[in-house]
Ligand binder design. Structure first.
Ligand code: ATP
Ligand code: MG
Ligand code: MG
Ligand code: MG
Length: 565
């Protein structure tokens, strides 16, 4: 590419509204232009970077057996009502109407759309598992769009959705995606850390985020100094101080227990924050004994955050909702369950309309023994990550905790049946019996990755790209291209040879002062630079500099192409 035929629009100073280095540098290097709050144009130079990131993501997704498709960004409200997220998602969901007054939203993520496709297309276990993905624009009406494309309103995400006949298959694909994300971020040359994470408005059970380590990051992660343990501290999860509770350790046995209305349904139904509204709990049962109050996050029963055992409970029991429940319940809600009781459970919710009793009756409800700490087996010990300070013992039992800041560039979730159940995505198993699919989802913030990479790789002169992401691999900077025939001939020849060798090369033939060309090459962060001037040429040399190493050296004209390709 010749600069004269391309579009370079660098700035000396960054606009005042930019505070982060990546935001300033992306504006100064002309990678992006701000159009409105949280809305950006990817300028030609920036788009080359974005496409490189996309291609690496696409190659690694394809390698992992994921299948690319392309779903619409404007999505009918009906699908979102089916999953319950039309109400639950809140103000980040941009709602729009067409000319017939039909409600739609601009997709912030695509669980509903893909579940709708899969429930219509897949009906047998023989078609499972499948993992579909696309790389497409998302819109989230962020409360505070900031830091350029790091927290934009419109952004590009790679989102993948896997469907399975059973949990084991989901766990396999989840692990494959986890490994794929490591390959992607390794290839991009990022310093990152996978961490245990909260499931946010996507929901589901287990999840991990991929955090690019940077002091400017909005997230705080806690990690052990002597093991792999790492978690996002926003994880409002109480973890046991010892032992792993992520997986059942024994064979699961079903026990018959009273049904308890799950609180997330109530949250969605009442649309009020639980922590302010749960007043008391009443248990009426046919037997006395042990009562375990089990608090679950999200709406899946295998994702508990705390259990408390009360011995010698006599029925009927009325108790104030315990402090720890009030402290733990977030807007995501959860469910509350007694074990070993046959009877009824009431939860008293104060709503704006007054007191509202929600009743769980004793029907064919089950849960498993051997799964939850504190319910059926070991005593739990807990640490609330939101309150940890550096030096606290690590919840994994090994070493002490350190804290670091990170930028969330990827997020993988085990959704289990959250969407499949609500939207009735079923298949026939090998006995011809209808079953609900298991589901996972996997996101990478493709546009955010570009900003995160710059946060980690820059100096006072500008961006320092890795070869994998750089808009060009090499820049040729001729001094006096327009006036010196020798310089022009050498530059044209090296340019042609590099192009023939398949190297992504930029020939900066703009009619600008040497200082401008040199400064721009550093601001743009292109890894290899070849400066061609009359003086060195007389000795058969050009000046080569590596952007990261800094130092420049004389290299023979005859060797420069071999050095780079
Ligand atoms: P955050 O915590 O930063 O708001 P999120 O947890 O809401 O992100 P997810 O729903 O997990 O985001 O979406 C998957 C990925 O999309 C994120 O890991 C992130 O890389 C990217 N992403 C999310 N919101 C934005 C945004 N406003 N601008 C740019 N990228 C975003
Ligand atoms: Mg968010
Ligand atoms: Mg997040
Ligand atoms: Mg996330």
């Amino acid at each position: 590419m010749k600069a004269s035929q391309f579009f370079i629009s660098t700035l000396k100073e960054a606009p005042a509204e930019a505070s982060l280095p990546s935001h300033k540098l992306m504006l100064r290097a002309g990678l992006i232009k701000a159009n409105a709050s949280g809305l950006y144009t990817w300028m030609p130079m920036g788009l080359r970077v974005l496409r490189k990131v996309e291609n690496i993501v696409r190659e690694e997704m394809n390698r992992a057996g994921a299948i690319e498709l392309l779903m619409p960004v404007i999505q009918p409200a009906d699908l979102w009502k089916e999953s319950g997220r039309w109400d639950f998602y809140g103000d980040e969901l941009l709602r729009i109407e067409d000319r017939h007054d039909n409600p739609f939203c601009f997709s912030p993520t695509c669980e509903e759309m893909i579940t709708d496709i899969v429930r219509k297309e897949v009906n047998s276990y023989k078609q499972l598992p499948k993992n579909f993905y696309h790389i497409n624009t998302k819109f989230r009406d962020e409360r505070r769009p900031r830091f350029g494309v790091m927290r934009a309103r419109e952004f590009v995400m790679k989102d993948a959705y896997s469907f399975h006949a059973d949990f084991d298959s989901l766990k396999q694909t989840y692990q494959d995606m986890y490994d794929t994300y490591c390959r992607v971020f390794n290839r991009l040359g990022l310093q990152y850390r996978p961490v245990a994470a909260d499931t946010g408005s996507i929901g589901g059970t287990g999840s991990h985020e991929f955090q690019v380590l940077a002091d400017s990051g909005e997230d705080v992660i806690a990690y052990s100094d002597s093991s792999d343990y790492a978690a996002n501290v926003e994880l409002a999860q109480t973890l046991p101080l010892s032992g792993s509770r992520a997986e059942p350790t024994q064979t699961l046995t079903k026990v018959h227990t009273p049904n308890v209305k799950t609180i997330p349904q109530l949250v969605e139904f009442l649309n009020i924050p639980i922590e302010k509204t749960l007043k008391s709990i009443v248990v009426e049962s046919e037997n006395d004994g042990e009562l375990v109050l089990l608090l679950l996050r999200g709406d899946h029963e295998f994702n508990d955050i705390k259990a408390e055992k009360l011995a010698g409970v006599k029925s009927p029991l009325t108790m104030a909702a315990p402090e720890w429940i009030m402290a733990q319940f977030g807007a995501n809600g959860g469910s509350l369950g007694p074990v070993g009781f046959k009877g009824k459970v009431y939860a008293d919710f104060a709503t704006e309309k007054g007191t509202d009793w929600v009743i769980g009756a004793n029907d064919d409800d089950f849960h498993y023994t051997g799964f939850h700490f504190g319910r059926d087996s070991a005593e739990p010990e807990f640490v609330d990550l939101r309150n940890v300070v550096a030096g606290d013992p690590s919840p994994c039992g090994s070493g002490s905790l350190k804290l670091a800041r990170g930028i969330e560039v990827g997020h993988v979730f085990q959704l289990r049946d959250k969407y499949a159940k609500a939207m009735n995505a079923t298949f026939l198993d090998n006995n011809g019996k209808s079953q609900i699919m298991e589901m996972g989802c996997y996101g990478i913030g493709v546009t955010r990755v570009v900003a995160a990479a710059i946060e980690q790789n820059h100096d006072e002169k500008g961006i320092i790209w890795t070869e994998a992401m750089s808009p060009f691999t090499v820049v040729i900077v001729p001094m006096n291209y327009k006036k010196s025939d020798d310089v022009k001939n050498a530059a044209d020849q090296i340019y042609a040879e590099l192009q023939a060798a398949g190297v992504d090369v930029l020939l900066d033939d703009r009619d600008e002062r040497a200082g401008v060309l040199l400064n721009d090459s550093e601001l743009l962060g292109i890894p290899h630079r070849i400066v061609i001037g009359d003086r060195a040429l007389k000795e058969g040399n050009v000046e080569y500099a590596n952007r990261r190493a800094g130092e420049s050296e004389n290299i023979a004209v005859s060797e420069i192409v071999n050095l780079i390709k």
